[in-house]
Design a protein around this ligand. Structure first.
Ligand code: RNT
Ligand code: ZN
Length: 420
């Protein structure tokens, strides 16, 4: 018997002592798809080729690591490589700016399903399902930092039209792939300094969203999800789409809510928001990321923020109602490596949560034995999770342990370094 299986069996017995079935945990992990964000692959660049950068959008990608994908073929090849190193079957989350505009870019207000046909073919061939995001940034119509919440009707109408087109595209993707496509809505709207117009902007935002979402689509094809934020670069004082704004909007309009780990006060955790959200909402989208001091979108690490979040999802019994999307971008390291670290850490955190002694913790709790509840929880932090994870990677035909490093190094040498 190989060493990985041997270690797995020992670990399996250890967990079994606490009534935890590692096989069930592994099946759940295998069945849980991440929605992998496409934008780590090229630093949120896209294929519009309109020469716009991210200025004024509240997003900041730093770094200039060589080998960035410069066209659709390179981009897809990089994604395929990243997917091949992440165990399990996953989804790809596309932004509207990543359409196939080889026949010409018609403007964001005019994009349609035809610009995503080649994506559907690509995804079908690889058995990858797609999610979608309208792109409300990096565009001249971000006027004084505003889009849907702008005071200017022309600006609002432009972005409403873009959003409508993106919803149509999402429904097309969902129908083609026979799996609901989540359409995520995030706008950068806000103001650097004091404004007496918070209420006005939020009234405009509500009205724009109402108009944008007025076309109904079957929920088996697409669902909208709204993503809040506390502050961004250039919107330090005021962000129109705040948490309260969108929580209210989602409840009132039965949309989904997106919780991005980095979009709250730096010490505020979204783990505690999961159970509260599910009192009123039926489904969530996560943007798993890692903020350092601010919403910096660092590569996801296996840290407390993440493990607490996964624990809450499992403890609330809502894993099937939480869509786990990733959202980070780092241009200072190998971009494929960034994907692989971040995605695998997200999976590790989920596996860890699936292997906690929750039955025993609940039992202690019902007996008022709170020292024991904490003790058993803490003890599990040093249980042999790594052996279970390695076995999962091996059985998923992906590199075990750190062996993906050399695979990525080889790809860098043979493919990335030969670009341009
Ligand atoms: C920005 C939001 C948003 C973006 C992507 C590119 O703060 O997190 O989700 O990261 O749409
Ligand atoms: Zn996000």
């Amino acid at each position: 018997m190989d060493k990985i299986t041997q270690s797995y069996l020992t670990a399996r017995d250890e967990y079994a002592k606490y009534g935890i079935d590692t096989e069930i945990a592994l099946k759940t992990l295998r069945d849980t798809s991440l929605s992998v964000h496409c934008w780590q692959a090229d630093d949120v660049g896209g294929f519009e080729n309109a020469g716009e950068d991210l200025a004024g959008s509240g997003l900041q990608v730093t770094g200039n690591y060589p080998g960035k994908a410069g066209n659709m073929d390179e981009f897809r090849k990089d994604l395929e490589t990243a997917f091949s190193l992440i165990p399990g079957n996953h989804r790809l989350s596309l932004h509207a700016i990543y359409g196939d505009f080889s026949s010409g870019f018609p403007g964001r207000e005019n994009i349609g399903p035809k610009h995503f046909k080649s994506w559907v073919e690509w995804a079908k061939a690889l058995n990858i399902k797609l999610d979608f995001n309208s792109t409300f940034f990096a565009h001249p119509n971000v006027k004084d930092g505003f889009t849907l919440a702008s005071k200017d009707k022309g600006i609002r109408d432009f972005w409403i039209e873009h959003g409508k087109k993106c919803r149509e595209i999402s429904a097309y993707l969902g129908k083609e792939q026979e799996s609901k496509c989540i359409h995520n809505i995030w706008i950068p709207d806000g103001s650097k300094d004091v404004t007496p117009s918070r209420f006005a902007h939020r009234e405009f935002l509500k009205d724009s969203l109402d108009k944008m979402l007025s076309t109904p689509y079957p929920s088996k094809y697409m669902r909208d999800s709204v993503e809040s934020k506390l502050f961004g670069i250039g919107t330090e004082t005021f962000v129109a789409g705040s948490h309260e704004f969108y929580l209210g909007y989602a409840i009132q309009n039965k949309t989904m809510l997106t919780l991005d780990i980095g979009h709250f006060h730096p010490t505020e955790s979204i783990a505690d928001k999961v159970s509260s959200s599910f009192i009123y909402l039926d489904e969530l989208l996560l943007h798993v990321t890692r903020g350092i001091r601010w919403d910096s979108d660092h590569i996801v690490a296996l840290n407390d923020q993440l493990t607490e979040l996964m624990n809450e999802i499992i403890w609330s019994g809502k894993l099937d109602k939480v869509n786990i999307g990733l959202d980070f971008f780092d241009a200072t390291v190998n971009r494929i490596g960034a994907y692989v670290i971040g995605a695998r850490n997200t999976q590790k955190a989920l596996l860890q949560a699936l292997l906690l002694p929750v039955k025993q913790m609940r039992e202690y709790e019902s007996q008022g034995k709170f020292f024991e509840r904490l003790a058993i929880f803490e003890e599990f932090k040093t249980k042999p999770l790594g052996a279970i994870w390695d076995y999962f990677c091996m059985n998923s035909a992906t590199p075990v342990g750190d062996s993906y490093i050399s695979v990525i190094q080889k790809y860098e040498k043979n493919v990335l370094n030969k670009r341009r």
